[in-house]
Write a protein that binds this ligand. Structure first.
Ligand code: MRU
Length: 348
């Protein structure tokens, strides 16, 4: 079993990531409203995990509310609520679009058949995500030299997906292949996904991990202590511009300055073929208190104005390669993305 969530006895159980690494508490979702709240509050987070959990949320919502509304109306209300939780991760909308397609194909069937078909689709999205991440790991590990020290940001691991992870899946696979790698995790202020989640995950996997504050990365690169950077992605535009956790762009600039490869690992479900460049990616702005506090502890005056964009966009020109389940994509990314359905871009 992978740790982030599990569909169990008609309920969705989430490992509450707000309490990691100190406590392993669980959050039960009984309907789509619980699921939407869990996504908003970041009980569960990470683009692929959000997508899968939202798909299960559709099923939970229909089970609970179908009796009170015309079925198609309940479906629209549920989808609308879930799609308004977090705006940046493409996988959320991708998963909900898949659920809508299934609903449309069975909408004239009885309610039980519709729910069963939607549950089967949610399970399928979950299973595909694990398989996809293993494939990403397989391709990506080819880019990891033995004895490499790898810098990662945020958490793009088993906690952020249905299992195995994307950026951490690449690291996991390189480790499984026997490469003696070391990982450096940036703490990832303000939500501390690096310090709390990546450290928890890699410690469990037995992979050597060192934590740094976000502002130490440049110095370590300059001293030659980092061999490559690898991160996940929340949304990738057709030209390869990539939205990921705030701070990713700074790392890509530092990597270029220090001549270090900067890789993005993500499934095709993160690529938004409808948008041409990163300029069109909506960036979530979260509550100011996440910046004014660390956990429950205030670190400034409670009324100090702050900014809290949850993501930034790294221009494609700073990305050495994008590792997907269909192969490793190299620039120009628009061509690589469009042609990768037919052919894999293998490591040169
Ligand atoms: O705000 P979060 O924790 O949901 O942000 C997560 C990230 O930025 C991840 O790097 C991204 O979703 C990829 S997870 C495989």
């Amino acid at each position: 079993m992978w740790p982030a969530f599990e569909w169990q006895d008609e309920r969705l159980i989430l490992l509450d990531q707000r309490y990691l690494p100190f406590e392993e508490k669980y959050f039960n979702c009984e309907d789509h409203e619980d699921t939407a709240k869990a996504i908003e509050l970041m009980v569960v987070r990470g683009a692929p995990a959000i997508g899968v959990v939202a798909a299960y949320g559709v099923v939970l919502g229909l089970k609970k509310y179908a009796r009170f509304e015309p079925f198609y109306l309940a479906f629209d209300i549920i989808l609308d609520r879930l799609s308004k939780t977090r705006p940046t991760a493409r996988n959320l909308f991708w998963a909900l679009e898949r659920m809508r397609k299934i609903f449309e194909s069975v909408r004239n069937e009885d309610n039980e058949t519709i729910i069963n078909r939607l549950l089967a689709e949610a399970r399928q999205i979950e299973a595909e995500d694990v398989a996809t991440n293993k494939k990403i790991g397989e391709y990506g590990a080819r880019l990891i030299p033995d004895n490499a020290t790898i810098l990662t940001h945020c958490n793009a691991g088993e906690l952020a997906t249905a299992g195995y992870g994307t950026a951490l899946g690449v690291i996991r696979r390189a480790w499984e292949e026997g490469k003696k790698i070391k990982v450096v995790a940036g703490e990832t202020r303000p939500f501390l996904q690096g310090a709390r989640l990546t450290c928890w995950e890699l410690r469990r996997a037995g992979i050597p991990i060192t934590l740094i504050t976000d502002n130490m990365a440049g110095w370590l690169m300059q001293k030659g202590e980092i061999n490559l950077v690898i991160t996940g992605a929340d949304r990738i535009a057709r030209n390869g511009d990539t939205a990921n956790k705030i701070g990713t762009y700074s790392l890509a600039v530092l990597a270029r300055e220090n001549k270090i490869p900067f890789y993005v690992a993500a499934p095709f479900s993160t690529i938004d073929l409808k948008i041409e460049s990163g300029l069109e990616i909506p960036i979530e702005e979260r509550k100011g208190d996440e910046v004014r506090k660390i956990g429950d502890c205030w670190i400034t005056l409670p009324d100090i104005p702050v900014k809290n964009p949850a993501f930034d966009v790294t221009p494609a020109s700073l990305i050495s390669a994008i590792i997907t389940e269909k192969g490793i994509l190299y620039p120009p990314y628009d061509q690589a993305i469009m042609s990768s359905d037919n052919e894999f871009n293998e490591v040169p």
